[in-house]
Design a binder for this molecule. Structure first.
Ligand SMILES: CC(C)C[C@H](N)C(=O)NCC(=O)O
Length: 494
């Protein structure tokens, strides 16, 4: 007599249960300590993509992500996306991109969840109240660098799949993951990977889901647009080394004075971008769009108080939301080479390098903006008749993304939000940038939705970044509910 292998016997007796939301919710609630513990382990990895000295940590983070998905039975790959050239010409390996697939039934629709596990820099001395890489819970909030942007949302998606598996419920749709490690610095290497895998990994994907953003208020939201970003460096080189300002001040034309002078020509004090061609190219605000913003519940006073400022650029809701989401803006981020430590060093820096960015909206084109900005700054510099040398470089050129909210993905999102939170979601745009959103749209032509679970006050990129335990857990339930709802799109043919 031939004996069946044990795995077949187990499979033959495994009972597959129908979708029962209440059981899945109970599973999430009873596993919350495990979810927080995994988040703690992920936050402890300093996966700062902007600091090349932390590259080993970033590689470790990608391996941990792959291990987690593999342990759940996913078909996991670590995709090599090449190298990055550093300013000194050195080449550095990019973190591999993790792809994973959980195919329950090839007849079902397939979603692809995109997320990232790299983070912005975080240092205690920047003013954090707790160690940035040591997850700390205070009053129901989980503090740590990268918790909201984007480690907890990525884990919430993983736990959503895990919950179905744990309860032997068939996944309502096939689920794929693309998790990268360079989002915070422009998603280097990812666009090429998406293009290369258009007909393979992405070939059978029906919908793309991104949860790398936040709510506008305490009300859950669905996001249908992001701004892009053109990120520049403007470097001015003067004398061959730093100089004593007492000994040499008054004799040389100082690079920092030149730099501040040209930076001041970028934007007016009232927020008007002064580079010709940029404001003119922006898609006009339609009446319909104006009405959408008008209908959103948003308390300008609260917003102002949260930021701790006495005045905003705009005092009415529509202008404020429009300038947050659908108009470009210039931000000056920092100056390399400038004296920035406490104390009173009296130096003339020999070389300074400003970093600034211009958020992109429909119908701006980063390639055109690059030319406009370079020519404008070179002309402003030429007017100063300085002997110093200016070099302008665009380091990131990410396009904006805008979705069709009539797509069934959004109706499914509304139903999932209603099930979990018993409210209608805010329909919002996002002022920040997720470079790959537009690439997914252009390359695959598939429907894309952003489903945020981050709170409006999570402080991403800032000191004391957090996500509430509530958002982490309810967010996991939202993703569970969404997988069920998205499966209905196909059935009703929306
Ligand atoms: C709120 C953003 C869309 C979140 C995203 N992870 C991000 O920080 N992108 C980089 C940026 O500068 O906007």
């Amino acid at each position: 007599m031939k004996l069946l292998p044990l795995s077949c016997v187990v499979l033959a007796f495994t009972v597959v249960h129908a979708f029962r939301y209440e059981d899945l919710v109970e599973h999430v609630d009873s596993h919350q300590e495990q979810y927080v513990q995994v988040l703690r382990e992920w936050v402890a990895v300093e996966s700062d993509s902007s600091d090349v000295s932390k590259r080993a940590e970033l590689h470790r983070m990608m391996n941990m992500t792959a291990d987690k998905l593999r342990a759940m039975g996913g078909d996991v790959m670590l995709v090599d996306v090449g190298e990055q050239e550093l300013p000194d010409g050195q080449m550095l390996a990019l973190p591999k991109v993790v792809t994973a697939q959980f195919i329950s039934n090839p007849q079902k629709p397939t979603v692809c969840v995109y997320g990232h596990v790299d983070v912005q820099p975080g240092k205690l001395e920047d003013g954090w109240a707790t160690e940035p890489y040591n997850l700390t819970e205070i009053n129901g909030n989980l503090y740590g660098r990268g918790v909201s942007d984007n480690k907890a949302p990525v884990l919430a998606w993983i736990h959503a799949v895990e919950a179905y598996q744990a309860l032997n419920m068939e996944l309502p749709v096939n689920v794929k993951f693309i998790i990268e490690g360079m989002e915070e610095t422009g998603s280097n290497g990812l666009d090429a990977m998406i293009v290369a895998q258009k007909d393979t990994f992405l070939g059978d994907v029906d919908y793309i889901i991104i949860s790398d953003c936040g709510w506008l208020s305490l009300r859950p939201a669905l996001t249908y647009g992001t701004r892009g970003n053109c990120y520049f460096s403007a470097e001015i080189q003067g004398p061959k080394q730093d100089l004593h300002s007492g000994v040499y001040g008054g004799t040389v034309i100082e690079p920092m004075t030149d730099l501040i002078g040209i930076l001041d020509t970028l934007i007016s004090p009232t927020g008007k971008i002064l580079i010709p061609g940029i404001r003119e190219a922006v898609a006009p605000l339609s009446d319909e769009e104006w009405k959408t913003y008008q209908d959103i519940e948003f308390d300008v006073e609260n917003f102002k108080n949260k930021l701790g400022v006495s005045e905003l650029m705009y005092n009415n809701k529509v202008d404020l939301l429009a300038h947050m989401w659908r108009y470009p803006t210039v931000s000056i981020h920092g100056i390399e080479g400038a004296f920035s430590a406490p104390g009173t060093k009296t130096v003339i820096p020999a070389k300074v390098n400003a970093k600034f960015s211009i958020r992109q909206v429909p119908n701006l084109d980063p390639a055109v903006v690059e030319k406009q900005v370079s020519e404008y700054l070179q002309a402003a510099f030429a007017r100063r008749k300085s002997p110093n040398k200016l070099k302008v470089t665009m380091l990131i050129g990410a396009k904006p993304w805008l979705a069709d909210t009539q797509h069934g993905l959004y109706e499914a999102g509304k139903k999932a939000v209603k099930r979990v939170f018993n409210v209608e979601p805010d329909m919002i745009r996002e002022g920040g940038t997720i470079p790959v959103a537009r690439t997914f749209q252009d390359v695959t032509g598939k429907g894309i939705i952003m489903i945020p679970i981050g709170g409006f006050d999570d402080g991403i990129h800032s000191q004391n970044e957090k996500i509430s335990r509530y958002n982490y857990l309810e967010g996991t339930k939202l993703f569970i509910a969404y997988l069920h709802e998205v499966a209905q799109i196909q059935k009703s043919g929306v």
